[in-house]
Design a binder for this molecule. Sequence first.
Ligand SMILES: [Cu+2]
Length: 683
Amino acid sequence: MRKLLAAGLVLPAFFSISQAQEVIKVKKITVAEEITAEETVGETREATEEEIKITRQIDIGEVLSNLFPEVNHIRKGGTANDITIRGFGRDNINVLIDGQRIYGACPNRMDPPIFHMSTRQVKEVQILEGPFDVSNQGSLAGVVNLISKDPEKGVGGSLFFTGGYFNYLHGGFDGFVGNDLVKVLVGYSKQYSKPYESGEGKKITEYPLGMSAYKPSEIDHTAFNIDNAWAKMVITPNQENELKINYGFDEAKDVLYPYLMMDAIYDRTHRINGEYLIKPLDIKISAYWNFVRHDMQDRWRVSSTGWSRGYMMRTLAKTKTYGGKVEKGLRLGDMNLKFGIDAYLRNWKADNQLMALDNRGMIPDVDIKNIGAYIEGTKKINNLIVNAGLRVDKTKSKADRNALGASNNGIFNEYYGTNYSLSKTDTYLSGNLVIRYKFDKRSSAYIGFGHTVRVPDPEERYIALKKPPIREDWVGNPNLNPTKNNEVDAGFEYYWGTFGLKGNIFYSDLTDYIYLTNISNQAGTKEATSYQNIDAHIYGGDMTAVGMLTDTISIETGIAYQRGRKDSGNYTDGDLAEIPPLKTRIAVKYDNGTVFGQIEGIYASPQEDVDTDLNEQKTKSYYVVNIKTGFNAGNRAFVGLGIDNLFDKNYYTHLSYLRNPFGTGTKVPEPGRFVYMNVNYRF
Ligand SMILES: [Cu+2]
């Protein structure tokens, strides 16, 4: 059986995909679906699964944004795209790597969590939208989990290469060796590119102006140069037990971010995680540790001119996260239960130098310590599947005053007097209830309610950045409350022959949503950008239709819309910022097992609902066409060719620039016509 297309049609097998082809599977899990899979014995799981065959292989954020209209990328440069889902971004969504929590070190999110696994290592991306994840702390509005490839038995591997416009090169290999007891996989990939050009033929390095402009000598500077290496070992001493150990290393050098005022000199990551399964007891024990070190400077920008140290500003940041989880599944009569406990520590420290200012402790060595417990259960009652989850968390956030430098060590007193504490403990419950009604084996409708909570991130509570007198400071709000989401989701999936239709709507009522604000110091002599808790709501929906027209031709379309509004706070404009507009996608595919072809159109409507309080600007609509074709040469080799933005349109997404007050005003256009080729050889 071959699973096909974004709405998860399960179709008869016409052909098998050649092993030569490298694919990334993307599963969009709908609520009350994950557990029902084991529940509904004899039924095929209607998982939303898409196989991504041919892409530029630059980064996962861009790939997901292309595929799902409700996922949007934040374009900061040539790679490392962060994502939003249904208008929720940053820590409002959880992004995990093999189930482990990982956070970027950069205070400006140059290295978002999703950037910390290379495309070549990803086997599968699981996306669960909405407040329905109790097995991880803080999945306020959704969770994305990147799952790495497992080694196989025997000996084998692959060589891969992608090359494209703007000197983009991506090459590497992976290889495995294994028997019944031990299997090992190792891999390496390298990515390199010059700055890409927009549809109007300008390099992205030509867009920043004024002090943020690139020096003339740096216009053609390397746009990214990334090495990734990884190893995974699976030990299976017997049928009952399995141990997986995973190590990953990334080093991203010379990554340019025209969206921001600085660029990354390097961003270095180590991550390790282990997972132990005791199958007869249905117990899973996992532990992880990761560490990221990040150095950003303005040395390639005009602003660094005249500074003998090479930069006017620099931030050296590091973060580490480690934790563990024990989870047990249990079948009780006709009920499936899962419970677990988990804990993690996230530490983050960033030291900034701005002109002569000593902003050590810009992120003042913040520890977030969390411990949580959860239970989740599914029960089938005739045609109804009821799924419920409950989670309790205790989270302590603490900043270290001693980490602060000479310039910023008085900043909290300056803005908050004595009315604050650099330590806060939050205890909260979250949970959900979903009821799904099955019309037949494949079609169903559901309604669900979820309550989720996330603690403010270290930046929102404790950032401490002193700026020169004429510029606004940037200071956290230690008194922030956690954000609470009360959300209702409803949806359906309906299948008719080889056609399928799937739709979801959601309404998220947010209490203490964390939003930018301006505050004055106690003396009333200086202003700072800070954060406040406001009440807000975000609502929207998406729909996907898929169908097989013939044995070889299929069509898929998707549409998503979301809107965000403020309900309280000191504002004059009710619109929330950075909410992407309506986006649609249509793709027609041809696949006979040997030859693959796809034509895809993506349209986004204008975004006029902007937050003028933050000087957010309107964004025009755009329409782009991408084409792909691929050929399986026997069972071992695959050659693919793609052209993104076929008509060389010059366009911007709504998330193409940073809003006031941190913004430079630079909007980063999407790439112009981009021709690339994939070659894969499996041995
Ligand atoms: Cu950075």
